[in-house]
Structure formats: C-alpha cells, structure tokens
Design a protein around this ligand. Structure first.
Ligand code: XMP
Length: 319
C-alpha cells in the first residue's frame, strides 16, 4: 500500500539502478517539484547529483538565499547558484509584450542552464520534476487536444538542446503525493506547501516592460502581503496570493504637495484546479494592514488595490 516512505525507497532503488555511477544534473527552481527531486536524488546518489539554481532577478524576496540555505547548507546538496539578473534584465529591456517576455525568460534560462551544464564534466543524465499532470498536459498538447494558452516551460525544451537521458522520479505522482514525499524527505513545511510560482516569475507580475526598480518594489510589496497573510492565518486558506506591479503613476498627497507614484495590486484566489478561481474574500482589516504597510514602508508606492475578478475570464496572473 501507498506510503510516502515506500515510494521514496522504491524510487531511490530505481534511480540508483538507472544512473549507476553516472552524474546527474538538475535545474533547481525552489518550487515544490524540483525541490523534491533534489532531496530524493540526493538521498539516492549523493554527490553524483549537481543542481543548478538560476537567479534570474525575477524571484521573490530572499528566495535565492533560502534555496541555498535549505539545500546547500542544511542538506549538503551540491548546488551551483548562477547570478544571471543582469543578463535576464538586459534581454528583457524594451520588451512589453507578455508572451514575448515569457519566451525571452524561457530561452535565456535554457541558455544559462546549458552553459553551466557544459562546464560540468561527465554528466549523462538530466533530472526533471515532471509530475503526472505535466505528462498528461504535454501529451494532450501534442495531439492538439488542449489549447495551450500560455507558453509554460516546465516540460520539454531542455532535453532537445542537451543530449542527456532523463531521470523523472515524480512522473507517476500527483501534487499532493509529491508534497507528502517532500515532508518525508525532510524538506521544510513552508517550502513544500508554498503557493505555486510561475516559471517567468515576477516577469509576468510587472506589467509591460520589466525594470530592476519595479522588481525591487514588487518584491517588497509581495513579501509584506505574504507575511501578513501568514500572520492572519489566511495563507493556507488561499491557493495563490501575490502582488502585481502596475507601471502607472497615481496621485498621493504628502504634506502640501501632490506626489505621483506607482500602484500595487493585490491578488488572492481560491481554486482547486487553477482553471477556474474565485477571488479570496480576505478580511478588510487584513487588507487595510497590508495596504498601510506597503504605502508606508515602500518608497515610490502611493496606492494599493485589491483584485476582485473571477477566473474566467480574468486569469490568475495579470499577464
Ligand atoms: P492563469 O494566469 O493562466 O494561471 O490563470 C494559472 C496558473 O498557472 C500559473 N502560470 C504559469 N506558470 N509559467 C508557469 O510556470 C507561466 O508562464 C505561467 N502563467 C501562469 C499561474 O501562476 C497559476 O498558478
């Protein structure tokens, strides 16, 4: 019968058999799936695993440090952190179209990952955090059954550019099973039960052109929102919650002057399958606290709004 411990044991055996003495490369994003793969492979093959963590400058506040802390420091996993913020922001400069931005971010990730991989000798395998729903989705999209609205880069892409054999130990598992494996493997609860975060990161939460100034403001606003959701016991009652940077200037009155500053939108939804979603009915007191903190603590923001749109038609992300 199914227990996380059994699945882990079984997968550890399978991975050892599959890779033998070879070396395995993994793109670690800090998301649930790649994190669980990292922990699982570390258990199975230890130093034969090398993870590459790409900091694209579009991550949440302190995210890169947390990934290094958890994996490199606490677990002793070999992780190469690549600071590619300047590269990503440089490529995104002047681009305002959401799908073009997604492509740039996806392609730049592959370039960076490829060039890191080329520096490591004797790698034969590429590990991926593919889970069962990804397998279904990509099979459906190949036969034209599903309409792919957004270019996700979770499945595919990498193997074509690299002649590596795949290791995909989560291929038969659903998300809730993957989470249970993560907990059993000793990953922090907060990492395993964190809301999903899109591959293009803050790149699709800064509307239009991405700039470092915007990303820095958004990181602070998002961190305040998430922290207050946790404090109020609302984080796990929502399926996904985040801040969005609106590149418009709105007026605020400070002293006897009028100041034109940026706007932050807050989005929080409840959903089972992410195909439809209802905006979360957060308490007014919570929204008030978040709004006050964002406006008082972040220079350059003078207005906060709350998104009360359902999906459909409004998607969860703003781009
Ligand atoms: P939407 O905005 O389409 O989002 O309602 C549904 C879910 O998908 C996530 N999402 C993405 N994930 N790459 C990803 O890896 C993307 O380009 C992307 N766009 C949306 C979104 O965060 C939500 O969980």
């Amino acid at each position: 019968n199914w227990t996380p411990a059994r699945i882990i044991e079984d997968q550890v055996d399978r991975v050892r058999e599959q890779v033998g003495e070879s070396h395995v490369l993994l793109g670690l994003s800090g998301g649930v799936d790649s994190s669980v793969v990292a922990a699982l492979l570390h258990k199975a093959i230890g130093d034969q695993l090398t993870c590459v963590f790409v900091d694209n400058g579009l991550l949440r506040k302190a995210e890169g440090d947390q990934v290094m802390e958890t994996f490199a420091k606490h677990m002793g996993v070999k992780v190469i952190r690549v600071d590619a913020e300047d590269l990503f922001l440089g490529k995104l400069k002047g681009e305002a179209d959401p799908e073009a931005k997604r492509k740039i971010i996806g392609n730049t990730f592959i370039d960076v990952f490829d060039s890191e991989a080329a520096k490591i000798e004797g790698v034969d395998f590429l590990a991926q955090g593919t889970i069962y729903p990804d397998v279904i989705e990509s099979a459906a999209s190949k036969t034209g059954k599903s309409h792919v609205i957004k270019s996700h880069h979770n499945v595919g892409g990498l193997p074509e550019t690299m002649k590596l054999k795949l290791v995909e130990p989560l291929r038969e598992l659903f998300k809730d099973e993957v989470r249970k494996l993560g907990v059993e493997l000793g990953l922090p609860y907060d990492m395993v039960y964190r809301h999903p975060f899109p591959g293009p990161g803050l790149g699709v939460r800064i509307l239009g052109e991405v700039k470092k100034e915007y990303a820095d403001i958004l990181r602070e606003a998002d961190a305040i929102f998430i922290q207050e959701l946790h404090n109020a016991g609302w984080y796990h009652k929502t399926s996904q919650a985040f801040a969005v940077f609106l590149p418009v200037k709105s007026v605020g009155v400070v002293g006897d002057g009028r100041r034109y500053e940026w706007v932050i939108a807050l989005r929080a939804v409840e959903t089972i399958d992410f195909m439809t979603a209802r905006w979360a009915h957060l308490p007014y007191e919570l929204l008030e606290k978040v709004s006050n903190r964002i406006i008082n603590e972040i220079t350059g923001v003078s207005r906060v709004t709350y998104d009360v749109s359902s999906k459909p038609p409004a998607t969860i992300e703003w781009e």
